[in-house]
Design a binder for this molecule. Structure first.
Ligand code: NAP
Length: 308
């Protein structure tokens, strides 16, 4: 077991993690950050970010995360480019491991974010990055004047479908039921768009063609009638929600039915001294700026907890 006990360990390196790191470092807490499997988080797989204040002309997602990393590195902080494999929140100091290497800390800020859900089909996996995408903002640009589908019926699917009309010639929303889960305003916006159609009660039967290493079309199945039909699309966008990256904390922290961490008092979780910020707690806003704001709150809460 490592002898050193850190004041603050931050797990995850998206906007919440970096902001927590910057605040903790400026409070002289010498935070240790584990950057995780995807350093920089979800923004590293997006393109233009136009709604993060301070960048009048917009900024590329990867560059924004690079700036946050450099800002943290200006201060006394350590970043470990590794994945925490286990935590023990039952003892003080808290303990965590990267494989066999152990670390100890008085407080932990969890900012492990969320990951896009996929359908789990073989053809989806084979064609991911070759016509199948889980990120409209990253890949929409490649589908100029082409026909595409968006799978899902929630706010994400409708928002992405509407966004994709900027590029695509036609967007078909493929939804497994006969009504959307999305908010009324999103529905109105999508359904009134002349480039958007909906395939109700429909699921993907097949994505063509893994052998060509490209999407050349899809076969849809109507779940009520069993009828099959072909759509000549070149892009398949999956927008069926996200799941929080919380598996490691199951049984140790209180979570909701979807696995999102529940903060009990401001950003403090059900275990005093453990804080959580960003998409790992927030399934409503899920924005870089809201995650960053929460990261700031978590660092201030951790600082106060240590002082007391
Ligand atoms: P969501 O609300 O959970 O919707 C997921 C959609 O995908 C549902 O329509 C669901 O169908 C469908 N789906 C799930 N698994 C599927 C599968 N295996 N095959 C086919 N379809 C499947 O997720 P979300 O749209 O990402 O939204 C998450 C949260 O973020 C919501 O609270 C939402 O309001 C919020 N959000 C807000 C905005 C905004 O306001 N601008 C934008 C995006 C997201 P069923 O309906 O049949 O279950």
């Amino acid at each position: 077991m490592a002898d050193k006990v850190h004041d603050v360990v931050i797990i995850g390196s998206g906007p919440a993690g970096y902001t927590a790191g910057i605040y903790a470092a400026r409070a002289n807490l010498k935070p240790l950050m584990f950057a995780g499997a995807q350093p920089g988080g979800q923004l590293t797989i997006t393109t233009e970010v136009e709604n993060f204040p301070g960048f009048a002309e917009g900024i590329q997602g990867p560059q924004l995360m690079d700036e946050m990393r450099k800002q943290l590195e200006r201060f006394d902080a350590e970043i470990v480019y590794d994945v925490v494999t286990k935590v023990d929140l039952s003892q003080r100091p808290f303990r965590m491991w990267v494989n066999d290497k152990a670390y100890q800390s008085k407080t932990i800020i969890i900012s492990t974010g969320a990951t896009a859900k996929l359908l789990g089909r073989d053809d989806e996996k084979q064609l991911m990055g070759h016509g199948v995408s889980a990120c409209a903002t990253c890949d929409g640009f490649f589908y100029r004047d082409q026909e595409i589908i968006v799978v899902g019926g929630g706010d994400s699917a409708l928002e992405e479908a509407t966004f994709l009309t900027k590029f695509a010639s036609k967007v078909t929303i493929v939804h497994r039921r006969d009504e959307f889960r999305a908010s009324k305003i999103m529905q109105d916006r999508a359904l009134s768009h002349d480039k958007i159609e909906v395939a109700w009660d429909s699921v993907i039967e097949k994505i063509h063609d893994p052998e060509k290493n490209n999407v050349t079309g899809v076969t849809l199945k109507n779940v009520k009638t069993g009828e099959l039909r072909q759509l000549p699309v070149t892009g398949v966008f999956i927008a069926i929600g996200h799941h929080p990256n919380t598996a490691m904390f199951k049984g140790q922290l209180e979570m909701d039915e979807d696995g999102y961490i529940i903060n009990k008092e401001r950003t403090m979780t059900s275990v005093p001294g453990v804080f959580a910020a960003g998409d790992v707690v927030d399934k409503i806003y899920r924005q870089a700026i809201t995650a960053a704001g929460m990261g700031c709150q978590a660092a201030l809460d951790a600082e106060r907890y240590i002082e007391n």
